[in-house]
Write a protein that binds this ligand. Structure first.
Ligand code: ADE
Length: 250
């Protein structure tokens, strides 16, 4: 039986999904509370990764080793880094890198020591379904917003996401991060604080992983204003619409 964990960093990103959970049952593990139940007839566990790579790795490990989870989907927000990645766009991850991992000169910058890998790939089949679900959901969201406010554009993209234990909140930091990654041949679309850790844990346990991030800010000098506003007003609706569509296709 497939048991899918749906992870977000913050409770605000998961309100809508929790409200839809059928037969909800609270369970605790590793000092965290999770909600088990069903969505669209599928067994799911809703959980919060908390913020940062270590907290996210602990959460993913607890889900897999103690709660019987054998598939993980992350839904959350991120700062847009790539050119043209705008607030309100959705990025579906194809793979993850840790932008703050640097064991050089022992290993090349960004390479995860002793894995011989710089990027951890998401599961191709699950990611394709998540991409399709995001497309359908975003089209509906854009239509509804357009009826209220006039034409609205938002795009679903897929590509590399970078994770690190920093909230990136200045244009210069964002630029430097992007340039350094490009120097290593890595073109990232967005930056956040958990995905690469969950991807690595899923790789270790052989568990399929997919992730989507709605762009809440541009990781620039406005990020500290844009991020909380987006989290409070928009993020949960995106998660509900996209994950709802995904479970119809699983
Ligand atoms: N998540 C959302 N916005 C972010 C940012 N600017 N930096 C890191 N993580 C984020």
């Amino acid at each position: 039986m497939t048991v899918t964990a749906i992870l977000s960093a913050l409770a605000e990103e998961q309100h809508g999904l929790l409200a839809q959970l059928v037969n909800p049952e609270k369970v605790s593990c590793a000092g965290r509370n999770f909600w088990q139940g069903e969505l669209n007839g599928h067994r799911v566990v809703l959980g919060l990764s908390r913020i940062g790579k270590v907290a996210a790795a602990t959460t993913a490990t607890a889900l897999i080793t103690s709660l019987g989870v054998n598939q993980i989907v992350f839904t959350g927000v991120a700062g847009g880094i790539g050119p043209g990645v705008r607030v309100g766009d959705v990025v579906v991850a194809t793979e993850f890198v840790q932008h703050d991992l640097d064991a050089s000169p022992l290993f090349p910058r960004y390479e995860v020591p002793l894995y011989g890998k710089t990027c951890f790939a998401c599961d191709a089949a699950l990611t394709a379904k998540l991409f399709a679900a995001a497309h359908t959901a975003l089209a509906a969201i854009v239509d509804r917003a357009g009826e209220k406010r006039g034409p609205v554009t938002a795009q679903v993209r897929s590509g590399l996401i970078a994770s690190g234990d920093r909230f990136v909140s200045s244009a210069s930091e964002s630029h430097n991060l992007d340039q350094a990654l490009r120097g290593a041949g890595l073109q990232v679309l967005a930056v956040e604080m958990e995905g690469a850790a969950v991807a690595q844990v899923c790789f270790d346990f052989g568990v399929p992983f997919a992730a989507m991030r709605t762009i809440s800010d541009r990781a620039d000098d406005q990020a500290h204003v844009d991020f909380p506003k987006f989290i409070a007003e928009v993020a949960s609706g995106y998660a509900l619409a996209i994950v709802g569509n995904l479970f119809q296709s699983l």
